[in-house]
Design a protein around this ligand. Sequence first.
Ligand code: DAT
Ligand code: MG
Length: 148
Amino acid sequence: MQTTYVMVKPDGVQRGLVGQIITRFESKGLRLVGLKSIIPSRELVEAHYAVHKERPFYDGLVKFVTSGPVVAMAWTGLDAISVSRNIIGATNGREAAMGTIRGDFGMDVGYNLIHGSDGEETAAFELGLWFPEGLNNWVPLRETWVYE
Ligand code: DAT
Ligand code: MG
């Protein structure tokens, strides 16, 4: 089992898509182990996107993600990291496949609605950063019918 960090960015919250986005992860069969709405600090978002520090879009990205509430989530499941990246879709919404969140709801590379960890190390780092209080340890009864 893996746990991944997923975050609805301010555009997804402002556009009222939080419910539809959560539904996709929930109905796929992933297990929700952390959820909160926060307006993140500049320090938090700078740390989160530290790998992109030298990129030309970094300052705008930090400004955007600190501009309002985000919905921070942690989802657990078999291969939860790649499964979540598939639910999310390619970075640019205009190129993302239909059926993905970005493909269905997005038109932009910057305003692309949602973040998902891209690997095991990144997931551990991001979960520690956004959920220092820890995650909920539970197994939903329905998982009996999610994995054979
Ligand atoms: P992803 O979020 O698909 O993992 P990434 O890690 O390459 O994409 O980039 C992180 C975020 O930075 C991305 O969600 C949106 C923003 N971004 C990436 N490339 C960009 C670009 N060329 N112009 C503007 N924003 C960009
Ligand atoms: Mg990334």
